[in-house]
Design a protein around this ligand. Structure first.
Ligand code: F6P
Length: 359
């Protein structure tokens, strides 16, 4: 058996732990393993395909990033190609990819990626490529799995940032608005905001009313707490409005969400007269060493993916359904992104603690 591993989309802490676990589990079965560099670019001649053995995965389980490199603009069905005049067009290179994999003697591909990669794996499976997927996203927005590796690390990074903001915000009687990742899901904002004792948490699942946000800030002020911490998911948007978008930075990339913190800081200043600052935590949330929780989950996913290949679970993804790791058909989760459940005890408890969701 010869399998290949690909890491697609944005990186997430824990990717290397998945690769290591998958490689060692495959070698234990006597299989050969290849690594496709930069998503699928390695199979399309734009990067390489490398052998993965014990030496290549030694000492990588605790490292962030991915030894294979990642790409969020390498969809083989919409592959960006630069034209002589500098513009780009997108072409379908999926047949070429499937053929190149066949020529390399690849029997199956383990695709590690988020919703975009899951959809690509599904389409490649329809073209005859045998795939098993491992869900990956710091945003925790893939359904069918309780959580994904990388999320816990991102929450801890954001929580530590909130801890630091508390002291400086309090010293200066300021309101600080921190923007966290998550795209259209509010999990990172909700979890880090509650863990870090933020005063206002804004998530895309609850469109905010800027007047409510200002009232929450002033209520604290009247109680003698003259500073405030607002955690805003990058996809948070006002009631009746839209999320802030920065556009796509490169051809083939999805639109980039962001900018809401700056707007909020300005509006809170206008509505309360308080001094406000904003920051975007950004890619710090994707970097660094995975937490113990993420290393364990990633390791379990890597081992389970190889078992899924052994069992011929083509078109399936591994998932955490505590306490077990299971496999579920990708089609069960495609097009059904996971969002914060507003009846979840974390949301209800946060409200009881006096945290405002801006509504
Ligand atoms: O999907 C993961 C994610 O981290 C989002 O939360 C964020 O919007 C996006 O990636 C940023 O991606 P990049 O800057 O790599 O395009």
């Amino acid at each position: 058996m010869k399998i290949a591993i690909s890491t697609g989309g944005g990186d997430a802490p824990g990717l290397n732990a998945v690769i290591r676990a998958a490689v060692l589990s495959a070698i234990d079965r006597g299989w050969e393993v290849l690594g496709i560099k930069k998503g699928y670019a390695g199979l399309l001649g734009d990067d390489e395909v490398i052998p993965l053995g014990r030496d290549e995965v030694r000492g990588i389980g605790h490292l962030g990033g991915t030894i294979l490199g990642a790409s969020n603009r390498g969809n083989p069905f919409h592959y960006p190609v630069r034209q002589p005049d500098g513009s780009h067009i997108e072409i379908d290179r999926s047949d070429e990819l499937v053929e190149n994999a066949r020529n390399l003697g690849i029997d199956a591909v383990i695709s590690i990626g988020g919703d975009g990669s899951l959809a690509i794996a599904q389409r490649l499976a329809q073209k005859g490529m045998r795939t098993v997927s491992v869900p990956k996203t710091i945003d925790n927005d893939v359904s069918g799995t309780i959580t994904t590796f990388g999320f816990d690390t991102a929450v801890n990074t954001a929580m530590e940032a909130i801890d630091k903001l508390h002291t400086t915000a309090e010293s200066h009687d300021r309101v600080i608005v921190m923007e966290v990742m998550g795209r259209s899901a509010g999990f990172i904002a909700l979890h880090s905001g509650v863990a870090g004792a933020a005063h206002v948490i804004l998530i895309p699942e609850i469109p905010y009313d800027i007047q409510c946000v200002c009232e929450a800030v002033m209520l604290r002020d009247r109680r003698g707490r003259h500073f405030g911490i607002v955690v805003a998911a990058e996809g948070a948007f006002p009631r009746g409005g839209y999320e802030s978008v920065m556009g796509a930075s490169l051809p083939g990339q999805a639109k980039r969400v962001g900018g809401v913190a700056e707007t909020l800081a300005r509006q809170i200043h206008e509505g309360t007269g308080k001094e406000c600052r904003s920051l975007v935590l950004g890619h710090l949330q994707r970097g660094g060493m995975p937490t113990g929780y993420d290393r364990l989950l990633a390791t379990r996913f890597g081992g389970a993916a190889v078992k899924a290949v052994e069992d011929g679970k083509w078109g399936h993804m591994v998932a955490l359904q505590s306490p077990d790791i299971v496999t579920i058909p990708i089609e069960q989760v495609l097009g059904k992104p996971k969002r914060v459940d507003l009846g979840h005890d974390l949301v209800l408890t946060a409200r009881r603690l006096g945290i405002s969701f801006g509504n």
